[in-house]
Ligand binder design. Sequence first.
Ligand SMILES: [Ca+2]
Ligand SMILES: [Ca+2]
Length: 448
Amino acid sequence: MTKLVAFIKSRKFMVIVCLGFLLGGYTHCVNPVATPKKKELAMTDNSQSNSNSSNNSGSGSGADSVAIFAATLHPITQMRCIPCHNSFQQPLHAVTDPNQAHEAIMGSFKVNFDNVSSSRMVAKLRDENHNCWTGDCNADSVEIENAINDWKSQMEQQGGGGNNNTNSNTTSESNYLALELDPNNAMDNGTIGFMTEGATLVAPMVQGDDNGTTYIGVPNGNGGLLQNNNNAAGIGYLQFNLSASDSYKIYGLVNSPTGSDDSFHIRVNQGAYAEWHTGVTSGYEWREVTDTSAMNPTNFFIPAGNGHNLEVRQREDGTKIAKVVITNDPNVNLEDVSGALIGTLTYDLSAILGGVAVQFQIDFQEFDMYSYKFSNPRFVLNGRSVRVKNIQLLVNNSFNPQHSTYTIVDKVVSPANPSASDFSMIVLKDQGLQFDRISFAFETLELQ
Ligand SMILES: [Ca+2]
Ligand SMILES: [Ca+2]
């Protein structure tokens, strides 16, 4: 009881102190240092599902993350952060309800159990002097770090987070993710974009680098201007897939410094060439593929299917092209077209399901330099139905409770409805595409 009184007293004291801060300078509560946008992006895809999972989001099998949080970090945020993070300053990790506070932290990736000292909750104090309460930001950051470490170790004791997953309902690991990406499978909603650096080249077409922009082109001094039947021409061939038959526009990100370095011959699937005069650019600029020096608008009919071929052929040497967008969208925003490749991971579950041939599949792509995006988790069921509950995604055999989107799955999947979840999940990279492998653990996986 005395502890509680002391706690309440100290809280009151802190509120008064902090109100003083507030009156002294309102901006104190407004995060003066922008948190990394990339990481914050990660909230958006998780928030919806997390809102349904307040009781167990973040908990591993058997571990109650909320209860442990309520006894470790939450008392500190409640005492130290209430003036701001209880009401108007996101994330609301100081609210009274431990479920809500827990979700605020997990949903916005403020703790990193894989590397506790790099957690935003710690770094904000240690590195950015964010509203320290003792005047010694380093000491305050250590107090937070110790609480998170305590939280983590209690989770591990209860069989939750941390390394060394021992769940017997665990798949084998995928190949390294870089090897699972499908080079012929770019995002496609009527628009695809790709770098030209994947082109198959015929000399004197070469690949080069302009201050970080990789391009293909024929260097000046290789014939000047060539007609489209000239066998000396340098060529780049690019493969692509499209999911819809349609009439497409093609755009290129080109660098055409002079009137003698501003044209290509372009064709698709061995069709007629368009004599594409890009016009002179200032550095790299997006230009629509047109035909003749009159720059007539040109459409390319391309059927649905894989293995289409775009030929970029020398006309004037010295013309460079770095990216291509092919689209049927008249309002396409060329800067926003993702060239990200997607891959599909497939796991054989027969060893878990007594030899019955059932597979689990999930799509992924590199989302940004910090993270992957996983989507469309689903089962290939061979006519069976399977009860599935609490799907944990493991990166290099380690479950990070922040990756909780699919932990709330609790359903029977059937051939008519094989999807495990409609939500996407942003997953923090561990060692990167070249080294990360993914496996999955299921709390429940049973044939019906
Ligand atoms: Ca020209
Ligand atoms: Ca030239």
